[in-house]
Design a protein around this ligand. Structure first.
Ligand code: SAH
Length: 291
């Protein structure tokens, strides 16, 4: 891992005083905690309190190493990330079983998830299971990648001169990365009406959209969006590994193929992307097509 070196290079701060509040997470309780997109500075005070109080942390593959490094020594850490790169619904059930078993064993449990636990993160399912089992829980919201990611790329997702709304949409790439998966009926992503979205929302923020990028960009253009619409792809946003590619709807597929961008990637589509040119402030890497 080159994290530590890059971190020093670009000055990411990780020495955060952790507030100690033993009552934040009682024995036999689960906190579903959003870890934010990666930069430890974006953890909430509540997330830090939960981590400090925990005696076991069950985390996703999407939680960055910089955040995992903040888990106090002596706390048990269970990785519930991708299993052989191919998690399925049984895996999700296993995670819920694990949370239930740990809580029933009277542990103080943190379920640590990337971004916000209720944004494309299956936090809803996990909370429902805990509620069914009568296990006390709390939700600690986190900064979602679709908000913090563009901000770190110098892209305001709303701008008074551009848009009065913004859509957060799943492109359903997820099986590999996040454990997120649509229900049986929506396995092909057909729940998303891209043509209507193209016409309704000036700015789109796409999660898990790398795998289906060709069909998504095609359908947005079929729905009336110009091939010249600016598109930004932000890989590992807010971390020392952040890399940003700016392209257009018409060129995005070929440019991505030439750039080797790897998930997790958040995608912003719309005129707000143009502000990056003036507003890029974070020392991320701007990726050139072919590079
Ligand atoms: N609960 C998370 C989203 C989980 S879905 C949140 O609120 O952010 C997984 C998708 O989130 C990834 O495929 C990617 O599109 C996006 N994502 C999460 N973290 C990211 C990061 N650091 N950089 C870029 N994209 C990220």
């Amino acid at each position: 891992m080159v994290w530590a070196a890059r971190q020093r290079e670009i000055g990411v701060v990780t020495e955060i005083p952790i507030p100690h509040d033993p009552n934040f997470l009682r024995k036999g309780m689960v906190a579903l905690v959003g870890a934010g997109p990666g930069d430890p500075d974006l953890l909430t005070v509540a997330a830090l309190k939960a981590l400090w109080a925990a005696d076991v942390v069950v985390h996703d593959a999407l939680v960055s190493p910089l955040i995992l490094a903040l888990i106090p020594a002596g706390c048990e850490v269970i990785s519930a990330g991708k299993r052989g790169g191919n998690p399925d619904s049984t895996h999700q059930a296993d995670i819920c079983d694990t949370l239930v078993a740990l809580a029933q064993a009277n542990r103080r449990v943190v379920r640590l998830k990337g971004g916000d636990p209720f944004v494309f993160g299956r936090g809803g399912e996990e909370a429902s299971r805990l509620a069914e089992e009568g296990i006390p829980f709390r939700i600690v919201p986190g900064l979602t990648a679709g908000i913090a990611g563009p901000a770190y790329a110098g892209i305001p997702i709303t701008h008074r001169l551009v848009n009065a709304n913004v859509a957060f949409v799943t492109g359903h790439e997820s099986a590999e990365n996040s454990g997120f998966r649509l229900g049986e009926a929506e396995q092909d992503g057909s729940r998303v009406d891209w043509e209507t979205i193209a016409q309704t929302f000036p700015v789109l923020v796409l999660y898990m959209a790398m795998k289906n990028l060709a069909s998504v960009s095609q359908r947005l253009m079929a729905g009336g969006r110009s091939a010249e619409t600016p598109v930004a792809l932000i890989q590992w946003a807010t971390t020392p590994e952040q890399r940003t590619l700016v392209t257009t709807l018409g060129r995005v597929v070929q440019d991505v193929a030439s750039c080797d961008l790897k998930p997790p990637v958040i995608i912003v589509i719309g005129e707000v992307v143009r502000y990056r040119e003036a507003l890029a402030w974070f020392a991320d890497v701007t990726v050139q097509p072919g590079g």
